[in-house]
Design a protein around this ligand. Structure first.
Ligand code: URA
Length: 436
């Protein structure tokens, strides 16, 4: 390191600002190991306590992006736009959105994460498609992107490697909850994909990373401002995570819901969030004049089966078996499926996504530790959602489990997570804010 780390850390501790060069120097030290663990922890805590000016967050983001390979897909003469979600329960949007937007002529290079805790991850969902590979070389990632318009990649050690050490240190030093650190961590990895623009889906609600709207809005504003300072087009939607998205929660069950959606049978909330994010991506890509035109294009491509064909092309290119599109049973199924019945008549007054997300983790469908294996087949499929009328004994949901005992215990937890009331209540707005 050219600068003495203790001097930079104490300036940050005392509320001062660091220059772009100084921040780049610290990030170099993260990667080459010359910044020790104690120094990194102290730096992260200083940022966590004192925040960063927008220019500092942008400098940190770009230094983290430049800590590894930065992809350039110059051979692809299309706008390159991605979407990132801060994570939720039942959020299978990426699986539909990537082929949808690719069908409209935009290239979507998507590096996604694995699930941790109660929120699922796109890579785990894709892993339930037999043979489908997300551990592509970066060269193959570019080829797949060129051939079918989108490509899915699991986190690569070659992209933004500084984030790995920084995130691991944040995790054990009480410094995860910092807007500049979250912003730079998310954007550095996305910027390394070689994108021209990014749409952020910032979730808010009980099962979101940010449970309070003012925190989620602050994150949304920081992401948009930082992305722009780093040279890409940005927009963001604030979307509801006070309820699960769609009906299925659990990896293969969610993929089944996506396959049904490609055939035209899609829950309204999932369709709405997917289309709204798709519209934002087409607007950033400048392939549509306005939101109405973008939505009409996406709906036509979806209805006409073009999106299904793009999904199929990608499936073949990444090693999956395209027969699954016509025969969903190839996804496999958990051995025990138990219905959850309404104990009395009324209206579904609440569906708690956090309780359901935690149940799916306990069934084996998610991770408590990064090294945990995931059972692709377990989960919950809702039959009723908020506001639906139910009769006594009517099926509210099904629990899919490895053992009968786990399925029965799970069904009791689902019954508690789905409250029945006397009055019909509606879910709040799905899309709460837009920043563009
Ligand atoms: N997701 C990330 O990639 N990084 C964070 O810091 C938080 C969420």
């Amino acid at each position: 390191m050219r600068n003495h780390p203790a001097r930079l850390i104490s300036r940050k501790r005392d509320g001062g600002a660091l220059t772009g060069d100084e921040i780049a120097d610290l990030v170099d030290g993260v990667v080459d190991g010359s910044l020790g663990d104690a120094q990194l922890g102290a730096f992260l805590m200083a940022v966590c306590c004192n925040g960063m000016a927008p220019e500092e967050t942008a400098a940190l983001t770009m230094a983290m992006r430049d800590s590894g390979r930065v992809l350039h897909h110059d051979h692809i003469h299309k706008p390159k736009i991605d979407k990132h979600s801060t994570g939720g329960v039942g959020d299978k949007v990426s699986l539909l959105l990537a082929p949808l937007v690719a069908a409209a002529g935009v290239a979507v290079p998507m590096v996604s994460g694995r699930g941790l805790g109660h929120t699922g991850g796109t890579i785990d969902k894709l892993a339930s498609l037999q043979g489908y590979r997300t551990d592509l070389s970066l060269e193959r990632f570019g080829e797949v992107l060129d051939r079918c318009g989108y490509a899915m990649l699991s986190p690569s050690a070659e992209l933004a490697p500084a984030d790995r050490r920084m995130y691991a240190t944040r995790d054990i030093s009480g410094t995860v909850e910092s807007i500049p650190l979250i912003t730079s961590s998310i954007l550095a990895k996305k910027l390394a994909e070689g994108i021209d623009g990014l749409v952020m889906d910032v979730k808010v609600g009980r099962a979101a990373f940010m449970t309070e709207e003012h925190d989620a809005v602050a994150l949304m504003e920081a992401l948009v401002a930082t992305g722009r300072l780093a040279g890409i087009e940005m927009s963001a939607l604030l979307t509801d995570m006070d309820h699960p998205l769609g009906l299925a929660i659990g990896n293969a069950l969610e993929v089944d819901e996506v396959l049904q959606a490609l055939d035209g049978s899609c829950p309204d909330d999932l369709r709405e969030v997917t289309l709204a994010l798709g519209v934002e991506m087409l607007l950033l890509a400048k392939v549509a004049n306005d939101a109405d035109a973008a939505r009409a294009t996406l709906q036509r491509l979806w209805n006409d089966g073009v999106v299904r064909q793009v999904f199929r092309d990608n499936l073949e290119l990444q090693g999956g078996d395209p027969r699954v599109l016509d025969d969903h049973s190839l996804l496999g199924r958990a051995p025990h499926v138990v219905p959850v019945e309404a104990r009395h008549a009324g209206f579904v007054a609440d569906v708690d996504p956090l309780a359901l997300g935690q149940l799916v983790v306990d069934l084996g469908g998610g991770r408590r530790q990064p090294s945990d294996d995931v059972d692709p087949h377990v989960g919950v499929v809702l039959r009723k959602v908020m506001g639906d009328q139910v009769q006594t004994g009517e099926v509210l949901a099904f629990v899919h489990a490895r053992t009968q005992a786990a399925a029965v215990a799970g069904a009791q937890r689902v019954a508690l997570a789905m409250r029945i009331g006397e009055e019909k209540r509606r879910r709040g707005a799905l899309i709460k804010r837009r920043l563009a």
